[in-house]
Design a protein. Structure first.
Length: 302
């Protein structure tokens, strides 16, 4: 069967990951590595078949739960090895995985390489509103159901925000307003969900500023590093929150004075709409009307 050049490229890159992992655990160069199990036809079919499937589906983003690697030991070409096998463990570096009661190898080097190559985010409980489910049954008899499931979610213009966020705080009494403002702008530029300040009273009766940054939980370490770098604080506090959010999408409406984008919010039985600030401000400047006059006119014409 002929496959596309893209599939060929991705399959070779995945085998490169495998070769680098095998070379590292054997203390050799990639050129001296000999594939054993991952060189068998079934492994080739797994890798090439997965690349073909991903090309066919063309997902914008792939999210996976932490990987159950199994437990105990596994017999392979090199003898009896602990689970996860050394190459598997190396390929899972930086990826969340766990081991529970099931005895045996649940994640092979091939599977680990595929997950490392294709998955954009690993999270225990992503917010999913799925349209289709795919199930695959393994042939090995295990203590639990040997099933792999994939959920397909169509998003179009609807954005679902993460329900788990972190809030980072630091107290400042020796920074100029200009420097605090610079730090706020930098944090927003790199993806903070919100940045704000509050006036506080600090030790020795010093007036100070509490700088608060809201971000996704997985961004917290990077945001904390930026706070420590670009402010005078010597410590950052982290709080974790669950939050309720509405989905949102945009539409546009033409008015004689110009086009206005409308932001629609939905969820929990709630629906509301709001004109985008900049579009309203542009029309107000263009026509000489007040911002509130344009804003109310847009709402009345919806």
């Amino acid at each position: 069967m002929k496959v596309s050049s893209t599939v060929q490229k991705k399959a070779l890159e995945i085998y490169q990951l495998l070769a680098e992992a095998e070379a590292a655990v054997h203390g050799r160069t990639v050129e001296l590595i000999h594939f054993h199990e991952v060189g068998q036809l079934d492994a080739v079919a797994d890798i090439v078949g997965t690349c073909m499937l991903i090309e066919e589906l063309a997902p914008d983003r792939i999210i996976a739960s932490p990987i159950h690697v199994g437990s105990g030991q596994v017999r392979c070409a090199h003898g009896i090895l602990p689970v996860p096998a050394p190459a598997t463990a190396l390929l899972l570096k930086g990826i969340p995985f766990y081991s529970q009661d099931i005895s045996g190898e649940l994640c092979t080097p091939t599977g680990a390489a595929l997950m490392r190559y294709f998955v954009d985010e690993f999270t225990p409980s992503p917010l999913v509103r799925y349209d289709r489910i795919g199930c695959g049954l393994g042939t090995k008899e295990l203590e639990a159901a040997n099933i792999l499931r994939a959920f397909w979610q169509e998003e179009t213009q609807v954005h679902n925000s993460s329900q788990r966020i972190a809030e980072l705080r630091c107290s400042l009494d020796d920074m100029s307003p200009e420097a605090v403002g610079y730090a706020q702008e930098l944090l927003l530029e790199v993806g903070a969900l919100d940045v704000f300040t509050m006036a506080i009273q600090m030790k020795k009766n010093r007036p100070g500023t509490l700088l608060c940054v809201s971000c996704r939980e997985e961004q917290a370490d990077d945001m904390a590093r930026l706070l420590l770098t670009h402010t005078t604080t010597a410590g950052v506090r982290k709080l974790l929150y669950d939050r309720y959010t509405l989905d949102y999408y945009f539409t546009e409406k033409e008015f004689p004075e110009g086009k206005v984008r409308l932001k629609h919010y939905t969820g929990y039985g709630i629906e509301k709409v709001k004109p985008e600030y900049q579009d309203v401000a542009n029309i107000a400047q263009k026509t000489g009307q007040s911002y509130n006059q344009v804003f109310q006119k847009v709402l009345e014409d919806l």
